[in-house]
Design a protein around this ligand. Structure first.
Ligand code: AMP
Ligand code: MG
Length: 492
C-alpha cells in the first residue's frame, strides 16, 4: 500500500528567499507511536497506509511521499525581547500542503527530522518527551475548541538525542493552517526586503484572510485580521488556564493558531502570576501577561508592515498606532465573552467583568482550582442546594458564598431556565485539561519504560474534555501536594 498524500503546495512556489530546500535526515529504526486517524482522513490520507512500514518511513523522514517538496522556512524573531535576525526551521521540515476535506489548506511538517541550514548549533532533532507533550496538548486544545496546530503522527527514531542526558528521539508530524509567523515578516523587514514582505502579505491574505483580499490597503487589513484572531485566541487561553510559556514573535502564528508547544502548561489553582517555564526567569510570559505580550508581538508585526501602510513614514506610524490601539478593546470583549459563558450569562451587562474578576480574586486568595471551580459552578446554576462541591474548593467556603449571592441576583435579573444554563456552562468549562502532573507521568512512562499506555489513555481523556466519563475521573483531579509541577522545560 503506497502512502498517497494529495499535496498541493503553495509556499514552495514563493521565491527562494522564503526557504531553503532540504531533505529530512534518515533515522536508524523508526517505529510508530501514534497516528491521528480522524485527522488523517480529514486531510485525505488513508490512516492505515501511514501505519504500514512505508508509511512509518514517510513519517520518520526516510522516504519522501510523492508530491512533497521538503523545505525549511526562513524566519526571524524576538526571543524574550531580543531580536534575532535569523532563526528559521532548525529542526522542522515542511513537506508540503494539502487542501483538506473542508477546503482548508494545511501544512504538513515534520518536527525533529534532522538539521537544516537554519539549525545553527542545534542537532535538528526532538526528544520523545516534548513530542508526546506537543501531540497530547495540541490535540487537547483542538478538542477544547481553541485554534491550534494539530498532531498527525508521532514516531520514535531508534536514535538517542543528547540534551542534559541521552534521551530517545522522536519525530512529530504537525499540521497547521500554515507555519507563517510574525517572525516570518520580521525576517524580510530586517533585510529591508519590502518586495518580499508585500508578497508575504498577499500570500497570507489569500490563505488565511480571504474575506480581506479586496481591501484598499492589504497590509492594514492583514494587521487588523491578525489582531482580531490573536485577541480572540489569548482570551480563550485565559479561560482554560493555558500558559504558552514562550510567546516569542517566532512562536506566534499569523493564522491565529496556538503554535510551538514547548514548556506550555495549564494552571491548576488560579493565580494570574503563574509561570512554569524554567527559561522564563522574569515571568515575561506569565499567565496574566499573555494579552500584553500578544499586543507587543503585534506591534513588531506592525513595524514590519510600515513601508506598506504609507510612503509617508509619519503617516505609516500613525496608521500602525491606530490599528494596534484596537487590540485592547478586542481582547477585552473576547475575554469578557469567555467569562460570561463560564458564568452562565447570556446578556451583556456593564458589571460582568467585575463580577467575574471578583470570583477570580477569591479563587486566588483561596488557592481554588480554575478548572474545577468553573466545572462545579455549572451544577450550582441549578440552585444553592448544589453549592457544596464548588464552595468546598475554597479554603474559606464563605468566600464563595458571598460572591454567589451577587451572582444569583445577576442570574435572576437575566432569567432563563436553570438546567439549560447548566448545560451551556458545561459546554464552556471543561472537566478535563491536560494537567501537568499527568503529562509528566505520561512522558516518564514512555521515556523510561517504553510504556505508551498512559499516553493513549490520557489522549482519550483530553480529547473529550467536556464529557464526564467515570472511567477518566482521575484526569479531573488536581495534583496531590507531592505531585505538583512548578517548572516545565522545553527540552528542545
Ligand atoms: P523554539 O524555541 O523551539 O521555538 O525554537 C527556537 C529556534 O531554535 C527555532 O529557530 C528552532 O528551529 C531552533 N531550534 C530549536 N531546537 C532545535 C534543535 N534541536 N536543532 C536545531 N534548531 C533548533
Ligand atoms: Mg519556535
Amino acid at each position: 500500500m503506497t502512502v498517497h498524500v494529495p499535496f498541493d503546495n503553495s509556499y514552495a512556489r514563493l521565491p527562494e528567499a522564503f526557504y531553503r530546500r532540504v531533505l529530512p535526515t534518515p533515522v536508524a529504526m523508526p517505529q510508530l507511536i501514534k497516528v491521528n486517524e480522524g485527522l488523517a482522513r480529514t486531510l485525505g490520507i488513508d490512516p492505515s497506509a501511514l501505519a504500514t512500514p512505508e508509511g512509518v518511513e514517510v513519517l520518520a523522514g526516510l522516504r519522501i511521499a510523492q508530491g512533497a517538496e521538503p523545505l525549511a522556512m526562513a524566519y526571524a524573531g524576538h526571543q524574550f525581547g531580543q531580536f534575532v535576525p535569523q532563526l528559521g526551521d532548525g529542526r522542522a521540515i515542511l513537506l508540503g500542503e494539502v487542501v483538506d476535506r473542508d477546503g482548508n489548506r494545511r501544512d504538513i511538517q515534520l518536527k525533529g527530522s534532522g538539521p537544516t541550514p537554519f539549525s545553527r548549533r542545534g542537532d535538528g532533532r526532538a526528544a520523545m518527551g516534548p513530542v508526546l507533550r506537543e501531540y497530547l496538548v495540541s490535540e487537547a486544545m483542538a478538542a477544547l475548541g481553541v485554534p491550534t496546530t494539530r498532531a498527525l503522527a508521532a514516531v520514535s527514531t531508534g536514535e538517542p538525542v543528547y540534551r542534559e542526558t541521552a534521551l530517545p528521539g522522536a519525530v512529530l508530524t504537525r499540521v497547521a493552517s500554515s507555519h507563517i509567523r510574525v517572525g516570518t515578516f520580521q525576517f524580510f523587514a530586517a533585510r529591508g526586503d519590502t518586495d518580499s514582505t508585500r508578497l508575504l502579505v498577499d500570500h497570507v491574505l489569500e490563505r488565511h484572510y480571504p474575506a480581506l483580499r479586496g481591501a484598499a490597503n492589504p497590509a492594514i487589513a492583514l494587521l487588523e485580521g491578525v489582531i482580531a484572531r490573536q485577541a480572540a485566541l489569548v482570551a480563550q487561553w485565559l479561560g482554560i488556564g493555558f500558559i504558552h510559556g514562550v510567546m516569542n514573535t517566532d512562536n506566534m502564528s499569523v493564522a491565529g493558531e496556538t503554535i510551538d508547544y514547548g514548556p506550555c502548561a495549564f494552571m491548576d489553582a488560579y493565580d494570574p502570576k503563574t509561570v512554569f517555564s524554567s527559561i522564563d526567569q522574569f515571568g515575561r510570559y506569565a499567565y496574566a501577561n499573555q494579552p500584553a505580550i500578544a499586543q507587543w508581538n503585534l506591534a513588531r508585526l506592525a513595524e514590519c508592515l510600515l513601508p506598506l501602510f504609507s510612503d509617508n513614514e509619519d503617516e505609516a506610524v500613525e496608521i500602525a498606532k491606530a490599528v494596534l490601539a484596537g487590540f485592547a478593546g478586542q481582547f477585552n470583549d473576547a475575554y469578557v465573552a469567555v467569562l460570561r459563558r463560564k458564568l452562565g450569562l447570556v446578556e451583556a451587562r456593564e458589571d460582568d467583568l467585575a463580577l467575574a474578576q471578583d470570583l477570580l480574586d477569591r479563587m486566588t486568595a483561596n488557592t481554588a482550582d480554575l478548572t474545577l471551580v468553573f466545572r462545579k459552578l455549572c451544577d450550582a446554576a441549578l440552585g444553592p442546594e448544589h453549592d457544596g462541591p464548588v464552595r468546598g474548593l475554597f479554603i474559606d467556603p464563605t468566600a464563595f458564598d458571598a460572591w454567589a449571592t451577587t451572582w444569583r441576583a445577576r442570574l435572576a435579573a437575566e432569567g432563563g431556565d436553570a438546567s439549560a444554563r447548566r448545560e451551556a456552562m458545561r459546554a464552556a468549562s471543561p472537566a478535563i485539561i491536560p494537567r501537568n502532573h499527568r503529562v509528566e507521568a505520561m512522558i516518564e512512562a514512555a521515556v523510561e519504560r517504553q510504556d505508551y499506555a498512559p499516553f493513549e489513555e490520557m489522549l482519550e481523556a483530553v480529547t473529550r474534555p467536556y464529557d464526564d466519563r467515570p472511567a477518566f475521573a482521575q484526569y479531573e483531579e488536581p495534583p496531590p501536594a507531592d505531585q505538583r509541577v512548578y517548572r516545565t522545560f522545553c527540552g528542545t
